[in-house]
Design a protein. Structure first.
Length: 308
C-alpha cells in the first residue's frame, strides 16, 4: 500500500511538473506600437509577467505593460493586465469581472464572449462586449514544441475580434487583447503585431513578421528630418536630390558595423535596398517626398528627403 501511494504521488508530481503554464513568471511579449502614418514612427510595448497575485480568490498573473516611444526618450507605464489559466482556457480581468480571452479547448464553430476596451474602441463608442467564432484549429511547431493554433473571426454582431492566429502558450500574434473592428483613425494606440516572445520553457520566438525585418526585438523606428541635431553624426545630401543621394557618417564608430539603406515612398512602400553605400542613385525616382531608412548594427535612423 505504501509503495502504491508513493508511486501515485510521484506520477501526480511529474504530471504537474511537466505541465507548461500560461504566462510563466518572467515571460515577455514585444508588440509593435505604431505612432501614426505620417511619418510612420513605431515604438513598442513590452508585456512582462512580473508575479502572481490574487483576485477574487484566483491566483492570477500580473503582466506589466511598458511603452517605449519611438523617439527613444519617453517611456510610459500603461498599467497591468491580469490573467490566469484553467483547463486550457485563458481568462483576463476586465471591469470587475473575469472574461474568456482564449479558449484552447474550442472546436470549429465554437464561440466565446470577449471584453474589449482599447482607446480606439472607446473613441468609436463601441459596446465593450463582443463574440468571436472559431473558424479552424490546427497546430504549429515552435522550438520543437507543438502548439495549438486557433483561427477566429468576429461574430456578425461583434465590434471586437482578434487579428491573425492565436497560439497556445503565446497568445494572438497580432495583438494580445481583442481589437476594435472597422473604426480606423490615425491616433497612437496599443495595437501592433507581435515581434518576439520568450519564456523559460518555450525559449525565444521571433515571429515571421519581425524575422523578415532583421531588427532586434526592442528596436525603435523614428523618422526625422535630415538636419535633425540628434543625428548629426549622419548626413544625407543634397536635399532636395536630383540624381544621387550621399550618405556620410561624421564619426568612425560605424566602420565595423553592418550598414544598410532602404528607400521608401511616401506611403511606406519599399523601393530599393542598398548595402553599405555612400552614394545612392535616385535619378529614376519620380519627383516627390521619400524616406531613407539607415541600419547601423542594431540602430535604425529615418530621414526624409525631396526628389527634384
Amino acid at each position: 500500500m505504501k509503495t502504491t501511494l508513493t508511486l501515485l504521488f510521484t506520477m501526480l508530481y511529474l504530471a504537474g511538473f511537466s505541465q507548461v503554464e500560461w504566462a510563466s513568471i518572467g515571460a515577455k511579449w514585444y508588440y509593435s506600437r505604431p505612432e501614426g502614418l505620417m511619418p510612420p514612427n513605431e515604438g513598442y510595448i513590452l508585456y512582462k509577467v512580473v508575479k502572481d497575485t490574487i483576485i477574487q480568490e484566483k491566483i492570477v498573473k500580473l503582466i506589466s505593460k511598458t511603452y517605449y516611444h519611438a523617439n527613444g526618450q519617453d517611456v510610459s507605464n500603461l498599467g497591468n493586465e491580469y490573467t490566469y489559466e484553467e483547463d486550457s482556457v485563458i481568462y483576463y480581468w476586465k471591469n470587475g469581472h473575469f472574461y474568456t480571452l482564449y479558449d484552447f479547448t474550442a472546436k470549429p464553430g465554437d464561440k466565446w464572449t470577449i471584453y474589449g476596451n482599447d482607446n480606439i474602441g472607446d473613441f468609436c463608442g463601441y459596446d465593450s462586449l463582443g463574440v468571436v467564432v472559431v473558424d479552424s484549429v490546427s497546430t504549429i511547431t515552435i522550438n520543437n514544441q507543438e502548439l495549438k493554433a486557433l483561427y477566429t473571426s468576429p461574430d456578425n454582431s461583434s465590434n471586437w475580434g482578434f487579428e491573425g492566429v492565436i497560439l497556445e502558450r503565446i497568445g494572438c500574434l497580432y495583438y494580445l487583447l481583442p481589437m476594435a473592428r472597422h473604426c480606423v483613425i490615425d491616433v497612437p494606440n496599443e495595437n501592433g503585431r507581435l515581434r518576439c516572445y520568450e519564456d523559460d520553457n518555450l525559449g525565444f520566438y521571433k515571429t515571421l513578421y519581425w524575422e523578415q525585418s532583421n531588427y532586434e526585438c526592442d528596436v525603435l523606428r523614428y523618422y526625422t528630418l535630415a538636419d535633425d541635431k540628434k543625428f548629426s553624426h549622419i548626413q544625407i545630401f543634397p536635399n532636395p536630390a536630383k540624381d544621387y543621394l550621399n550618405i556620410r557618417f561624421s564619426t568612425s564608430h560605424h566602420e565595423n558595423s553592418f550598414i544598410q539603406t532602404d528607400i521608401f515612398d511616401i506611403n511606406g512602400k519599399k523601393l530599393n535596398t542598398f548595402q553599405s553605400p555612400g552614394r545612392i542613385f535616385v535619378g529614376h525616382l519620380s519627383r516627390g517626398v521619400y524616406y531613407a531608412r539607415i541600419f547601423e548594427s542594431n540602430q535604425v535612423y529615418y530621414f526624409k528627403f525631396l526628389k527634384e
